[in-house]
Design a protein around this ligand. Structure first.
Ligand code: ZN
Length: 89
């Protein structure tokens, strides 16, 4: 079983499934970070490292407590439109 711990309060979190590769906590969320130019500790630029991400966890209690510091990235809902304008014989 994977060891999951809240990155904020260090509380141990239980995986939702009893499997070694389960990285989804009960009562918490799985977070990833791709790094960025501004970080001096994680910015995977080397070709063999591109796309690497950090994986960590946040318990629901801390998620709510820190809500003023968290952003939501919405996935824009797309409406189906007729393809006749784009497809021709
Ligand atoms: Zn926590």
């Amino acid at each position: 079983m994977a060891t999951l711990k809240c990155v904020c309060c260090d509380k141990a979190l239980t995986p939702v499934q009893d499997e070694p590769e389960c990285f989804q906590p009960e009562l918490g969320v799985t977070c990833t970070a791709r790094g960025n130019f501004g970080s001096t500790v994680f910015d995977p630029l080397a070709i063999e490292e591109r796309g690497n991400e950090l994986l960590f966890f946040l318990c629901d209690t801390c998620l709510v407590a820190k809500r003023e510091s968290i952003y939501l990235l919405r996935v824009k809902r797309r409406k189906p439109t007729p393809a006749t304008n784009y497809l021709s014989h």
